[in-house]
Ligand binder design. Structure first.
Ligand code: ATP
Ligand code: MG
Length: 438
């Protein structure tokens, strides 16, 4: 497509991406904007990032840019760093040379462990995942090259894998997640042949390194389409390999509190993104894993006779450890997730100074939000507890003092002040308000 055959103008491309494209071009290399950037511009969307591809090797790219870092093993790339903006520059991929393990390697299941054979643009296009991602904007003459019918598929809103779908999913099972994500994000239909192998091959996702999975999960759930992606992932059996503990809860009770929680988490996350409010993986994982945590804590309490509090503590470790086998949640998020969980127990006791102390906890807000969601999911006593806290949060100082000295949420029977002080020990063993048991 020549320049006058399409709508992309340089004004829509970031200044940094243009800088990289021109530097490569002026140094005698080919340079293209590729993939999602071109696709989104053609669709009238704002690209998330701009990726560049060239015939210069990573080492040659490094010589051209002082601000260049070479990254990746499976897939060597150059990052050109402009402050917080990073332009990713890849070298054209070629076909896999047989037997050369230093450049290309697959495991027994056909998964690509290394993919560093360089080639030309035609070969590169065949190595891309979907036809709508095999679009190249040439900085030399501002034309667009489309492979495998990419522009045609874009116009018809069809997501189609390049090559044999089975083979391509086996090479990289993450492509199954990408199919679902792009279908949702771009409002495209997954071509039947591209869709067919997903369910049977979904278990292959279990072999993907947990760190890469974490990145994918962020893209799936923190881009304003969480609800839609969840539905599609469950439809295609892609949710289970990522969140086995959560899926087990959903199977146990398809309309139970875990399902309501999950739906609400996704809904709230999407709403916050839409309003440009911050979202944190700590809260997201704490909420998603709340019911698996409950169920694990109950099992531990039954098996070991530990107090409810101690069983809950042990279960936090178990659940996080298990979840991190498929998705490695960074510690900077799993630590506050634990705080959010522990605060749920502390919400049960709010008399005297306790409620004021809780209010000052750095994770109070997130924990309070989780309490409200649990209440929505379960109702009952928990709803009373939540509404007490809601009153407390909304009240002024004087009203708060009254509330805190008065009743302890829905569970209070003894308003009489001389009955208020109970032996301290009961704090850990009584009550059963941690959610699922109510
Ligand atoms: P977005 O950035 O909006 O998530 P994108 O299409 O730009 O979408 P990236 O992950 O940024 O996705 O990748 C850039 C391009 O690299 C893709 O458009 C595609 O051509 C290629 N690509 C990315 N991941 C894969 C993969 N797993 N298999 C094959 N090609 C891929
Ligand atoms: Mg991109």
């Amino acid at each position: 497509m020549p320049r006058d055959g399409h709508t992309i103008s340089r004004k829509q491309i970031s200044a940094n991406a243009l800088k990289v494209l021109y530097r490569l071009h002026n140094s005698g290399y080919q340079a293209y904007l590729v993939g999602g950037g071109v696709r989104d511009l053609l669709l009238g969307l704002e690209p998330k990032d701009f990726d560049v591809v060239t015939n210069a090797t990573p080492e040659e790219i490094k010589k051209l840019f002082r601000n260049c870092r070479l990254v990746g093993r499976r897939f060597r790339l150059a990052h050109i760093v402009f402050g917080r903006d990073v332009i990713e520059v890849a070298t054209f991929r070629g076909h896999h040379a047989d037997g050369n393990e230093t450049t290309s390697k697959t495991n027994a299941a056909g998964r690509l462990l290394r993919d560093n054979v360089y080639g030309d643009i035609d070969q590169d296009a065949e190595r891309r995942d979907f036809t709508v991602n095999a679009l190249y904007y040439d900085i030399k003459d501002y034309s667009i090259r489309s492979y495998g019918g990419g522009v045609h598929d874009l116009q018809n809103r069809v997501l189609r894998l390049i090559g044999d779908p089975q083979t391509r999913y086996r090479e990289d099972p993450v492509r199954m997640l990408r199919a679902v994500r792009f279908a949702g994000k771009l409002g495209m239909k997954i071509d039947p042949q591209t869709a067919a192998p997903i369910k049977p091959l979904a278990p292959l996702l279990k072999d993907i390194p947990a760190a890469r999975m974490y990145e994918e999960v962020l893209k799936l759930f923190f881009a304003g389409k969480a609800g839609q992606n969840l539905r599609l992932m469950r439809e295609y059996h892609l949710f289970e390999p990522l969140f086995p503990l959560v899926e087990a809860q959903l199977k146990d009770s398809p309309k139970g509190p875990a399902m309501r929680m999950l739906t609400e988490v996704m809904h709230n996350t999407d709403a916050r993104i839409l309003e440009d409010k911050p979202v944190t993986p700590a809260y997201f994982f704490a909420a998603l894993l709340w019911y698996p945590l409950q169920s694990r804590a109950q099992d531990i309490a039954l098996e070991s006779g530990l107090t409810r509090y101690d069983a809950f503590y042990a279960a936090m470790g178990d659940v996080l450890e298990q979840q991190c086998q498929s998705i490695s949640i960074p510690r900077r998020f799993s630590t506050p997730a634990r705080d959010i969980w522990q605060l749920q127990l502390r919400f049960e006791r709010s008399k005297g100074g306790r409620a004021f102390k809780l209010l000052e906890h750095p994770k109070f807000r997130a924990a309070y939000d989780l309490l409200l969601m649990r209440a929505n999911a379960e109702g009952g006593n928990l709803a009373k507890q939540a509404s007490w806290w809601q009153q407390f949060v909304d009240a002024d100082d004087e009203q708060r003092k009254q509330l805190a000295s008065g009743s302890n949420q829905g569970t209070s029977r003894n308003r009489n002040s001389n009955q208020r002080r109970r032996p301290r020990r009961r704090k850990v063993s009584d009550g059963d308000g941690a959610g699922a048991s109510e």
